[in-house]
Design a protein. Structure first.
Length: 205
């Protein structure tokens, strides 16, 4: 996760970066969740949540393997925090008001030329079906449009991933259509539904 080092809206210090970001802006919590940048101390919580949820995550997220460990989570956290010449992702963990790690969400595959990004999310099995992912999507979209100059966020679930589709629709994303063979999962191509959230249409939470 690469954020601007200054305290106001500005371009990052990297010459190749064209995404505006605000370093000092806080992530606004909802009444039930908060989004926070991951740190190494979160590695065990993340790995516990992944292992608990393998049967639900693995079909759609090939990285979610049965041997996923705290070391895997630590490596992901390190890569998320690593400075890079080009902003490629903004990653956050989702915590409940009691501090429990509920899942992860983020903006990745950032297309700087067109100011768009993929918006992804997952919620641990024991907290699924309670509106956590929907709230996280809305908070993340709020943050993106208030603190970056991204114009378009995309959510692209498989046509078979009904839970993710429901989250996108509940969060207010617009269904644009089906993209054939968009996703390659476990060696097989899946058609995917393109959902979008654009700045001009977004109503802040």
């Amino acid at each position: 996760m690469v954020l601007c080092r200054k305290g106001q809206l500005c371009r990052t210090a990297y010459a190749d970066c064209r995404i505006l970001v605000r370093r000092s802006a806080a992530l606004k919590p909802s009444s039930t969740i908060m989004l926070v940048a991951p740190v190494q101390a979160d590695a065990k919580d993340i790995s516990d949540a992944v292992r608990e949820s393998i049967s639900k995550l693995a079909p759609w997220m090939p990285w979610a393997a049965s041997d996923y460990s705290a070391e895997h989570a630590a490596a992901w956290i390190a890569s998320s925090a690593e400075a890079s010449p080009v902003v490629s992702a903004f990653e956050f963990i989702i915590r409940g008001t009691d501090g429990t790690l509920l899942g992860v969400c983020g903006l990745n595959h950032i297309d700087q030329d067109n100011r768009r990004a993929n918006l992804g999310y997952w919620v641990r099995t024991s907290r699924a079906g309670r509106g956590v992912a929907t709230s996280a999507v809305r908070l993340l979209a709020d943050w993106a449009f208030q603190n970056t100059d991204l114009e378009r966020l995309e959510i692209v679930p498989s046509v078979s991933n009904m839970r993710s589709q429901k989250v996108a629709e509940s969060a207010g994303a617009l269904r644009e259509g089906v993209q054939r063979n968009r996703l390659l999962l476990h060696g097989s191509y899946h058609d995917a539904i393109m959902y979008s959230i654009i700045r001009a249409d977004w109503i802040p939470t």
